[in-house]
Design a protein around this ligand. Structure first.
Ligand code: HEM
Length: 470
């Protein structure tokens, strides 16, 4: 009897194994427009092997795949059928961010991933809630307040803190961690403008600030959620309060405690003062009737997130690039010595066309937000023909967009600010360091990253203007 069972099993196995083998082979998926760089997708596990192999260089890896495809778009197959469309195709990006904006919200999964950290703030809102938050934030964050921010806050942080530290280090030939210095610089600035609070993080002793470090840790743990190949695993870890999820609870608790303290102190200050003297965002927000502490705490945290790492990343790459390009540094120095020092600092900055072009060129190669993800509300087809199923995650990729040879030319890998001043007639539509649609950065809309009306009247100024608007 045992022999019979064994023989039947052997027979079954010999019939089934070729079937399994052929199923496996024929289920291996390739995109229709796949190239040698597009990862192979296997049944059940998707492209997990390629994902794991490149997990230390995700942004560059996806960029290499995107720029190798004819339509600058591909679908990444994650395990268990999760799909993510990536695109660096300008028409697709326009479609997602502008013409079909309503079909590409951040989505429930995105919001659930960030809620523990950002609550219901603007970064984590969709639909009517987002519209409401956008309206009140834009109202408070207008051109006038940005001008005051540059003239008062940034100027004093520069003259009283950043420059003395750099001068002292240069005088004593001390090596500085410029990335750390610029993060401190951005952190002080953003706290002062947004909350009228000075954390004094950029002072010569370079103190350890618990708030900044728990903020960084929280960001790291939340990124782990985003990068997780099987999203429900972090939910299980959170339910059991283990590993990185336990750490996240602790660090987010501290971040919220600190933000709440700022909110309470500001409320007290406003109670004690008869008139509104403070110009900061939080004061205006509170005095216009938004007093729910949980909600205002979310706003505080999201503004730190928005303003700190973006500006410091942009500046760090910028200084790294000009340290390797003395010819660009000389041009910038020339422009600085040529500007009219009688003018208000804000107007001086406005006229620095070459410096502005250099910042754009730096953010083309190293955009502070290298990719951003949305979710399809309904089935759709992108302008290049890529079908998108309801619920699919879709990411546009400014890092790859800055590397498309057809857009930037053969010398796309070169740091050459002049390219922004040369194209009198050409319309470069393949780039954005900042989102271009309805959801773009509030700071950029008011004249910051890549969005301002800079440069008119100077050499190349009007063409730079057109390009920035593109
Ligand atoms: C180099 C500097 C900056 C860059 C490159 C940048 C880039 C961006 C990008 C790409 C987004 C869209 C993110 C998303 O997918 O939701 C965004 C949103 C936003 N940014 Fe910035 N940003 C910068 C500086 C700032 C600063 C200094 C502030 C304010 C203090 C700020 C405030 C915001 C806000 C409030 C949003 C949310 C807009 C919305 O969802 O409607 N940003 N930024």
């Amino acid at each position: 009897m045992a022999d019979l069972i064994f023989t039947v099993l052997l027979l079954l196995l010999s019939i089934l194994s070729p079937l399994v083998f052929f199923f496996f082979i024929f289920s291996i998926t390739r995109n229709p427009s796949s190239t040698k760089k597009t990862p192979i997708s296997y049944p059940v596990v998707g492209s997990i092997f390629a994902i794991l192999k490149n997990k230390h260089r995700r942004v560059q890896w996806v960029s290499e795949i995107l720029t190798s495809t004819p339509n600058l778009t591909f679908t990444l197959h994650r395990p268990f059928g999760y799909r993510q469309v990536f695109t660096a195709n300008a028409a697709n990006v326009q479609h997602i961010l502008k013409s079909h904006f309503h079909n590409y919200p951040k989505g429930d999964a995105f919001r659930a991933t960030l809620r523990d950290f950002l609550g219901d703030s603007i970064f984590n809102a969709d639909g009517d809630n987002w519209k409401f938050l956008r309206q009140i934030s834009s109202h408070q964050f207008n051109t006038k307040s940005l001008r005051r921010f540059v003239e008062n806050v940034v100027d004093s942080e520069l003259s009283d803190r950043l420059l003395p530290i750099l001068r002292a280090a240069a005088g004593e030939s001390v090596v500085l961690d410029l990335q750390d210095i610029l993060q401190r610089f951005a952190f002080d600035n953003i706290c002062k403008i947004a909350f009228g609070y000075d954390p004094a993080y950029l002072v010569p002793s370079l103190p350890e600030t618990e708030f900044a470090s728990v903020f960084d840790d929280s960001l790291r743990f939340v990124s782990e959620r985003f990068n997780s190949n099987i999203p429900f695993i972090w939910k299980i870890k959170r339910a059991l309060s283990i590993g990185s999820e336990k750490q996240l609870q602790i660090t987010v608790g501290k971040v919220r405690e600190f933000a709440l303290q700022i909110v309470r102190e500001k409320k007290q200050e406003l109670k004690e003062k008869s008139s509104l003297e403070s110009e900061d965002f939080l004061s205006k927000f509170l005095s216009s009737g938004h007093s729910d502490e949980g909600f205002v705490t979310d706003v505080v945290i999201s503004f730190i997130l928005a303003g700190r790492d973006t500006t410091s990343a942009a500046l760090t790459w910028f200084f790294w690039l000009i340290s390797n390009h003395p010819e660009v540094e000389n041009e910038i120095l020339k422009e600085i010595t040529e500007i009219n020092s009688e003018e208000q600092i804000y107007d001086e900055v406005k006229n620095m066309v070459y410096t502005h072009a250099s910042l754009c060129e730096s953010m083309r190669l190293y955009p502070p937000v290298p990719l951003s993800t949305k979710s399809a509300l309904n089935d759709d087809v992108l302008p290049d023909g890529t079908p998108v199923k309801k619920g699919t995650r879709i990411s546009y990729h400014p890092y790859a967009m800055g590397r498309v040879e057809e857009v930037w030319g053969e010398d796309w890998a070169e740091f050459r600010p002049e390219r922004w001043l040369e194209w009198e007639d050409k319309w470069r539509d393949g780039f954005l360091a900042d989102e271009e649609g309805s959801r773009r950065s509030i700071a950029a809309v008011q004249g910051g990253a890549g969005g301002g009306n800079y440069g008119t009247g100077l050499r190349g100024g009007s063409s730079l203007n057109r390009r920035l608007k593109a």
